[in-house]
Design a protein around this ligand. Sequence first.
Ligand SMILES: *[C@@H]1O[C@H](CO)[C@@H](O)[C@H](O)[C@H]1NC(C)=O
Ligand SMILES: *[C@@H]1O[C@H](CO)[C@@H](O)[C@H](O)[C@H]1NC(C)=O
Ligand SMILES: *[C@@H]1O[C@H](CO)[C@@H](O)[C@H](O)[C@H]1NC(C)=O
Ligand SMILES: *[C@@H]1O[C@H](CO)[C@@H](O)[C@H](O)[C@H]1NC(C)=O
Ligand SMILES: *[C@@H]1O[C@H](CO)[C@@H](O)[C@H](O)[C@H]1NC(C)=O
Ligand SMILES: *[C@@H]1O[C@H](CO)[C@@H](O)[C@H](O)[C@H]1NC(C)=O
Length: 774
Amino acid sequence: MGVHRTLYKSCKLLPPLCVFLHLFFVYVSGFGSMAPISAAFGPDGFFCAIDASGKQEVICWGKNSSSLSPSSSSSTSIFSVDIPAMAALSGGEGFLCGILSNTSHAYCWDSINPGTDLVPLVFRATAYSHIAAGKSHVCAIRGSYYSDGDLGPVDCWDISRDSINNKSLSSKQSSLFYNQSIASLVFKRVVSGEGFSCAELRDGGILCWGPNSTNLDVPNVSEKFVALAAGQDAVCGISEVSGGVKCWGSADSFVGLPETAGYVTLTAGERHFCGIRRDTHEVDCWGSLNSSLIPKNTGFMTIASSDRAICGIREDNLVLDCWFSHSPEAPPGYDPPLELCSPGLCAPGPCREGEFSFNASILNEPDLKSLCVRKDLNICIRCGLNCSDGHFLSSPCTLNSDRICTACSLCQNSSCWDTCGVPSSPETKQTHWHQWRRILLIVGGSVAGLVLILLGWCVHTRIIGSKKDGSGSKKHHNSELETGTETDSCAPLVPLCPGIPQIFRLSELKDATNGFKEFNEVGRGRYGFVYKAVLGDGQQVAVKRANAATIIHTNSRDFEMELDILCKIRHCNIVNLLGYCCEMGERLLVYEFMPHGTLHDHLHGGLSPLNWSLRFKIAMQAARGLEYLHNELVPPLVHQNVKTSNILLDFHWGARIADFGLIASNDDNDDAGADLTRDVYDFGIVLLEIISGRKGYDRDYTPSSIVEWAVPLIKQGKAAAIIDRYAILPRNVEPLLKLADIAELAVRGNPSKRPTISDIASWLDQIVKDGLIL
Ligand SMILES: *[C@@H]1O[C@H](CO)[C@@H](O)[C@H](O)[C@H]1NC(C)=O
Ligand SMILES: *[C@@H]1O[C@H](CO)[C@@H](O)[C@H](O)[C@H]1NC(C)=O
Ligand SMILES: *[C@@H]1O[C@H](CO)[C@@H](O)[C@H](O)[C@H]1NC(C)=O
Ligand SMILES: *[C@@H]1O[C@H](CO)[C@@H](O)[C@H](O)[C@H]1NC(C)=O
Ligand SMILES: *[C@@H]1O[C@H](CO)[C@@H](O)[C@H](O)[C@H]1NC(C)=O
Ligand SMILES: *[C@@H]1O[C@H](CO)[C@@H](O)[C@H](O)[C@H]1NC(C)=O
């Protein structure tokens, strides 16, 4: 099932998403060379891309003229049903052309009637290897698309508005583009602009023809190119030898052409060009374009340009992304559909030197073996060269993977000192410290001033009790988690402390932390420092050590109570206390060690990004941890500080709640009730962060508050717009939209309208049970 088919399916179930998708209107302008994504320009403009389903199906979005009526002039749509599978695409004014994936025949269509072939009858039975749509003409090179290195003569046809019925397009064999001397030549690749086409000859060198070709002044030299692109009145190519770009024609279209950078691919807008850099895979544009709109620090595999929008396929997850010349944020309805798309063109034979074959396994879609219709086809992509500043080459380009650049902060030995510089010793220490810090974050903070007054008193006092034994309860949930990837979510509690915290000797913990040495430090809070420790039996634990201030400002009654509560809290979604030590004036708490750090650092920091199945699992388990605090402890325990940095990830990637504040349990039930809804609100923010990858508060955005930004979009049925595009989208986005709805309920302004944490936990359970496809 194609990716977009699933989207359609989810459309049926999810009207809000469909409304959102149908609001699309993209006025685009672009010129053709051949690519897996392309723009038709003009008033009836639209974009199309080859999807990642492995069937080379085409997904198009933009204005659908068939629904054009005075009242719905801005209606937009996604359409694809009538368009056959394609090997390559190229856009003209109001139409797009492609080469059929099964027969190599040409096929041209518009958005009114995508099922109608606009190719003139005389050319419909001819196989083509290349196709290029200009403003109102198309030129294509004869030969089979899938026969490697085929050269052939060129055919051209005109596609223009019918003079009688201004709405529809008609086509005919081109006389303007027929030229006896061109007809007798064979070509390697072709591009088309406004009133001209240019093609590369077998041994290099570019030849241009057509009524407007004379202004181009392409020199008569036999240079070879790896890619060409034609705009309205200019043509650019990437030199095979230097990787640099050369342009000819109207200089306005290529002012500011970067002289030194190398590029892997090019696209042309009307009067500008864009290329993907060979080093960073970022997009650079030149010519008449406001370049402030180009995204930085984002790598792309392929792009298509128009004057209003540039769309590309992101290299890290193959998600479609578009950006716009008139505003940094997409105007309403302008976002591209939620689709995974092909990063390149499928072609026969092995890849050439300097290229790698794209491996679909990075998509993490179990039933997706290839993005091409046939086994013998590959998507060959030019390898990146070098790395951007602050990165070193950690793995070179191989036959099936691109070169990998790694941040210099992870440089560990002489192999990267040349690039990153030899670290001086204090820096090394700092890096070390930071790495540890990331591995385990502060478990402490609001349990401020927890000091152990009496050894072993946990055993005696019983202020609160647990209704259920956390480790034994809710086993049935585990089966619901079998989404196929991760191991069992809820690891059994470490048997070290079966309900009763162990009393540690100071000497033991000193040894385990190398004498509380700096390099064992993994965080600090108001309470003091947190250290990673390895006990004599090899078990890793986290040790919280009270600082002097904490010890001095101690109210012994509160501590007694707090420690007593901590001793009672046992749940597989909580960072549990294992034991403590109280000797020589030291106050030490020993916790389970959380090797995968905090949710915050995975979402916003440098730690590995999380896939959707893991995000759902984490959301559900964190909700269960909170549910335990709220509902299974008597009296309920309000966390008071629910946030992504207080959700830690254990060895099995299970979510654990840490750092709960202990209520001064004054038995005021009303207050406790209000506090519980505050936890729910904070958890709603956590859910929004999980969905969007954005921080709860981020000054770089307007509005800065995630709630102010996301809630209006969710309420308007545009939840798709907040989904984190850095995570590979699941085939079925429905669960993500449901998650957004849950988050919206949790952050309701009126606390009495918020659901309870139990409601949320069971909804999340249900979503996971229903199966998040990944
Ligand atoms: C190629 O695909 C088109 C559209 O899917 C279909 O109509 C046609 O019959 C196919 N041709 C062959 C030879 O398979
Ligand atoms: C040639 O260029 C001019 C001006 O740029 C344009 O008006 C004309 O339509 C072009 N010719 C063709 C055949 O596209
Ligand atoms: C380019 O776009 C930015 C952001 O939209 C805007 O602030 C700036 O004025 C624009 N510059 C030009 C020359 O249009
Ligand atoms: C793709 O990558 C996977 C895992 O890295 C590997 O097992 C597989 O052989 C690769 N496929 C190809 C065609 O190289
Ligand atoms: C980029 O890499 C190439 C080949 O690995 C090397 O020859 C070249 O000097 C590098 N360029 C820079 C600027 O580092
Ligand atoms: C340097 O460290 C990297 C990991 O950062 C490792 O893969 C590589 O083998 C190391 N090289 C040497 C020479 O130790």
